[in-house]
Ligand binder design. Structure first.
Ligand code: BGC
Length: 466
């Protein structure tokens, strides 16, 4: 096996994950400056942030069909071009309407990358390192987020409110790397086989695979493809009674992953720090870097724990930690005027704790569960449902965050700190409901064979008895 080639592939494919993280996270540092520069309201900020997520939903929805039709490589190339043009468009946007359109456009690229990059990595990497490469994808998203926070904080400049434009322009660099890299990389041999282009597939495999195993690999892939040709479609999937539990699990794990409010901290972190009393935009953007660092570190921790502790233990550990830290954030906000600095630093500290508990549990768990609970025949449709659910709930929470704060603020006689505390209490309550749900429904899938899980559903088994 040609190791260099494999590493090269991994690095390029990694850029897809990095871009996914970068382009969702870059907005956080841009917001305080954009607001001062363009004079826009919180509700417009919600729109600008959410439009990228709606674009991502569209991208994730169409990329399955497009990558089957035109090939994985072609579709990722298109995503790279979208990342490139989208970054330029966002940076140059003359007004809010343009900014919103540019964000939808960029979002489509994110959605395509979120679906096609892991697929391409899985298909082109040699079987032995496939698992590692694919599970690295979540880690790379967090590295991309950190990259965005770092770059935002390096660019942040209190004397120049238009600095948010440069923050978006930085996205051009990884987009060019992805574009050039994908031009050099070959198409997925597995996709070529599905199009009966066997000779081309063999030729590509010779570049990185041992000649002795090529024929076995080709026939394995053909077998897989044969199996996949009996895949159930979307309508058929919903008609099967025994599909109820897997579908419910995929939708609700994504619901709880998002409804505990993770992306309000990821996208709006600096704005929350400002509400906590760190008035200076530059300092608020810098504080967000610590959120990114903790996120990366604890995602690495989870890679080690997920198979050791099992899914359920990790779930309860993470969710209990999140309930506690969310309540602490709320408590500090509610007593901000009496606590002073202790309150402010309490908010930052609890927020870092909250991120650590998320990164170690729900971050990777959400994406893992959706690959485990579906039978082979519906894995394609199943993962798309999971990923669309993820973007949908993400959009809803991110789009309503400031609206909820406003609602609670009014309720508490125009006290903004109490209003913010109210919203974090809501997230804590959602997490508590999640714990109860998990207790009754979340199956322990560690070490279970996918075939056994499928048989369990077909025999009318409940998730908890798995
Ligand atoms: C979630 C994203 C989130 C990220 C944070 C992922 O698992 O799906 O919405 O931004 O974790 O690291």
């Amino acid at each position: 096996m040609n190791k260099n080639f494999v590493w090269f592939m991994a690095a390029i494919a990694a850029t897809g994950g990095l871009l996914f993280g970068f382009d969702t996270g870059v907005i956080s540092g841009a917001i305080p400056f954009m607001q001062a520069d363009l004079n826009i309201t919180d509700s417009q900020i919600e729109d600008i942030t959410t439009f990228a997520l709606i674009g991502a939903m569209i991208g994730a929805l169409v990329s399955g069909a497009l990558s089957d039709r035109f090939g994985r490589r072609t579709v990722i190339l298109v995503a790279a071009v979208i990342f490139l043009l989208g970054a330029l468009w966002c940076g140059m946007a003359p007004d809010v309407t343009n900014l919103m359109l540019a964000r939808i456009f960029l979002g489509v690229g994110i959605g395509i990358a979120s679906f096609s990059t892991p697929l391409y990595i899985a298909e082109i990497s040699p079987a032995r390192i496939r698992g590692t490469l694919v599970s690295m994808f979540q880690l790379l998203i967090t590295v991309g987020l950190l990259g965005a926070f770092l770059s935002d904080s390096a660019i942040a400049d209190n004397t120049d409110n238009s600095c948010w434009r440069t923050m978006f322009y930085v996205g051009v660099v990884p987009a060019i790397i992805l574009l050039v890299g994908m031009l050099i990389l070959p198409e997925s041999p597995r996709w070529l086989l599905s199009k009966q282009r066997e000779d081309e597939a063999r030729k590509i495999m010779r570049k990185y695979e041992d000649p002795a195993v090529i024929e076995t690999e080709v026939s394995n892939m053909k077998n897989d493809l044969q199996q996949e040709s009996n895949q159930m479609g979307l309508v058929e999937t919903f008609q099967q009674k025994w599909m109820f539990y897997p579908l419910m699990l995929a939708a609700l794990i994504m619901f709880f992953q998002q409804a505990v409010g993770i992306n309000t901290v990821i996208y709006y972190g600096p704005s929350i720090f400002q509400k906590a009393g760190f008035a200076d935009s530059e300092a608020a953007v810098m504080a967000q870097v610590s959120v990114g660092v903790v996120n990366v570190l604890f995602t690495i921790v989870s890679l080690f724990l997920i198979d050791k502790l099992g899914r359920r233990k990790l779930f309860f550990l993470g969710m209990t930690g999140m309930v506690t830290t969310l309540l602490l954030i709320a408590l500090c906000f509610a007593n901000l005027d009496t606590m002073g600095d202790a309150g402010r630093y309490g908010i930052v500290g609890s927020m870092l704790g909250y991120i650590a508990f998320f990164a170690v549990s729900m971050g990777p768990l959400g994406w893992l569960i959706i690959t485990e609970v579906f039978p082979v025949k519906v894995r394609g449709v199943g993962s798309s449902i999971g990923s669309v659910a993820n973007w949908t709930f993400n959009s809803l929470i991110v789009w309503t965050f400031f609206k909820m704060i406003k609602g609670f603020t009014k309720f508490f006689n125009d006290n903004d700190a109490l209003g913010t505390a109210g919203v974090f209490c809501v997230f804590a309550i959602v997490a508590m409901v999640g714990i109860v749900w998990g207790y009754f429904f979340l199956p322990e899938t560690r070490g279970k064979k996918l075939e056994d899980i499928e048989a369990h559903w077909k025999n009318g088994g409940k998730p908890i008895d798995l």
